[in-house]
Ligand binder design. Structure first.
Ligand code: IPM
Ligand code: MG
Length: 370
């Protein structure tokens, strides 16, 4: 039987609780016996800082490099607000992305029918919504140098972040978007700010060239990122795949998430380049939401985004599309039964906590798999 190695990095806050629910799904799949998942755990974020004084240790980075996939919870919290910038919790996640070369971040925003009324947008705008945001994840202003705060001669401070993109960085993310679009609605919107940024000009040129040579069969629209933000709340269903840079992708994906009802619903996959020999990609799967310190440790968190992220691992890392479909169906089924965590609670529904939601999804999965 094939054994896959998973590294679980729960991190901080609700990450710990939501990853615990994923572990129950893993146990179930192991008992079902088609493949075996061997799990190891590590520390990231504030949890790593408390023990090692860094946001992720070299030993845990080494485990991440060797794992077939990393399943990540969340990082951060007020407890670490004062720690030095270089070792702040988020630095652990950024190091994982950069060192593993996870340049392609897939963020599907899907509105489950049962949740259409939980969205801040009208039901008819979001019912059936299915958008894939493809966010460039290892370049742009997140990593460009210089990145510093310097004190000027007059005593004033000056802060600099640097937005950088090269042709090859844009080409590879554009190809990911076109490949995905072919399996979906065959339409890509490329979002940038070519009207003010040189990186936007290059982004636009390169995406246009990749489209011409690589994917003329796919419909391509260029859109300014601010207009994209506006269109996402005006008429989100016009979008199929949106490809955009690291920073715009961060912002647009939170916005798209809320259209689906809650940030607690949105999974993501971060993928590296395919290994030329094995075809395998390094991969990390994480919910788009953060560590939610206000509700952490109370058993109130919505585990769906983390469970659905594991579903993306089944699909993209382990070629277990059938199991991933069942898991998505189980989530939809539980929502259709009226179970809701606090973030998606609606009048007349049944309010449950993290573990109850996890149990219900597991029970539904067992039923569907039988
Ligand atoms: C995300 C998060 C991260 C980001 C933070 C935690 C560094 O907001 O994954 O969207 O900005 O990329
Ligand atoms: Mg974000």
């Amino acid at each position: 039987m094939t054994t896959y190695n998973l590294l679980l990095l729960p991190g901080d806050g609700i990450g710990v609780e939501t990853i615990a629910e994923v572990e129950r799904i893993i146990d179930f799949l192991n008992k079902a016996g088609r493949v075996k998942f061997a799990t190891d755990t590590g520390l990231v974020g504030g949890a790593a800082y408390d023990v090692h004084g860094v946001a992720i240790s070299d030993a845990d980075m080494d485990k991440a490099h060797k794992a077939d996939a990393v399943i990540f919870g969340a990082v951060g919290g007020p407890k670490w607000d004062g720690v030095p910038y270089a070792v702040r919790p988020e630095a652990g996640l950024l190091r994982l992305r950069k060192d593993l070369g996870l340049f392609a971040n897939l963020r599907p925003a899907i509105c489950y029918p049962a949740l259409a009324d939980a969205s801040s947008l009208k039901r008819e705008l979001v019912e059936g919504l299915d958008i894939m945001i493809v966010r460039e994840l290892t370049g742009g202003v997140y990593f460009g140098e210089p990145k510093e705060i310097v004190t000027l001669e007059n005593g004033e401070k000056r802060a600099v972040d640097t937005q950088i993109y090269t042709t090859s960085e844009i080409e590879r993310i554009a190809k990911v978007a076109f490949d995905l679009a072919r399996k979906r609605g065959n339409k890509v919107h490329s979002a940038e700010k070519r009207n003010v940024m040189r990186t936007g000009v290059l982004w636009n040129e390169v995406v246009t060239a990749v489209h011409k040579s690589y994917a003329p069969d796919v419909q391509l629209e260029h859109i300014l990122a601010d207009n994209c933000a506006m269109q996402l709340v005006r008429n989100p269903k016009q979008f199929d795949v949106i490809v955009t840079d690291n920073l715009f992708g961060d912002v647009l994906s939170d916005e798209a998430a809320m259209a689906t009802g809650s940030l607690g619903m949105l999974p993501s996959a971060s993928l590296g380049a395919a290994d030329p020999k094995t075809g395998k990609r390094k991969a990390l799967y994480e919910p788009v939401h953060g560590s939610a310190p206000d509700i952490a440790g109370k058993g109130l968190a919505n585990p769906i985004a983390t469970i659905a992220s594991f579903g993306m691992a089944l699909r993209y890392s382990f070629d277990m599309g059938a199991e991933a479909d069942l898991l998505d169906k189980a989530i939809a089924g539980v929502l259709a039964q009226g179970l809701r965590t606090g973030d998606i609670m609606q009048p007349g529904m049944t309010k449950v906590g993290t573990a109850e939601m996890g149990s219900a999804i597991l029970a539904e999965l067992q039923k569907l798999a039988a």
